[in-house]
Design a protein around this ligand. Structure first.
Ligand SMILES: *Cc1c(COP(=O)(O)O)cnc(C)c1O
Length: 235
């Protein structure tokens, strides 16, 4: 590990303070925003630090890397979440190795995940990843396809749809990046509200915001920010 636990704890406190300040600005309760520690590319100690600090979940973006790390420290009281692109041929391994899959972005994944969850004998929690910023460089369902994707997911008996996830596009300048983030996160929240009203499902989780854009995400209603760099340093 490139940082000590003490350094990590100080950084985590600083991230918590950022979340609290963003909540104060918008009249939100900080307890409504979870900090998910993104441990990708870091050794298993990164996950151990998160658990020791009282965080409840870690995010990994590759199936094999996440599964291997988890196997090194199965005793850690953590939820392991897949936040990276999922190939269909890895759906089985992802369903077996993760507690929640945030990157469900196309119909084709649903039957494979549903079948795998059935074999695991437990419901599998998922989020639908939506490309709410219409960024050609990002994965995620087109917002226009989200209603159909949601209907199909809700019809899968072994999947539990917790909500939506997105990644905001990067702008050319910090001001443009902030503006794009604000618009992307508001769009995801509005989409969630529309889908919840249409289906009668609350879809409570809005996974949005990272190191660079957690403030606009919290302002727009994020319930989970996924933070790597601000906790562990640059990758
Ligand atoms: C890497 C990653 C993050 C964390 O990004 P940082 O900028 O390091 O905080 C969040 N979400 C996803 C989907 C990622 O791949």
């Amino acid at each position: 590990m490139t940082c000590s636990y003490e350094e990590f704890a100080a950084r985590a406190d600083a991230v918590r303070a950022r979340i609290a300040a963003a909540c104060a600005q918008t009249g939100r309760d900080p307890a409504g925003v979870e900090l998910l520690a993104v441990t990708k590319t870091h050794p298993v100690e990164a996950a151990a630090y998160a658990a020791r600090h009282g965080l409840r979940g870690v995010g990994e973006n590759r199936v094999q890397e996440g599964v291997a790390k988890r196997a090194e420290a199965p005793e850690l009281p953590l939820r392991w979440e897949l936040i990276g692109h999922l190939q269909s041929n890895k759906a089985r391994a992802a369903a077996a190795g993760f507690d929640r899959i945030q990157s469900v972005d196309r119909e084709k994944l649903l039957p494979a995940l549903d079948r795998a969850a059935a074999e695991e004998g437990r419901p599998l929690a998922i989020l639908l990843q939506v490309n709410a910023g219409h960024d050609p460089a990002k994965f995620g369902a087109d917002p226009a396809e989200a209603p159909r994707l949601l209907d199909l997911a809700l019809a899968c008996p072994h999947l539990r749809v917790d909500g939506l996830m997105t990644i905001a596009p990067l702008g050319q300048t910090p001001a443009e990046t902030l503006d794009l983030a604000t618009r992307t996160f508001s769009a995801l929240r509005e989409l969630r509200d529309t889908l919840a009203a249409r289906t009668g499902r609350p879809l409570p989780e809005l996974s949005m915001g990272m190191t660079g854009d957690l403030e606009p995400a919290v302002a727009a209603g994020s319930t989970q920010v996924r933070v790597g760099t601000a906790l562990y340093g640059t990758r």
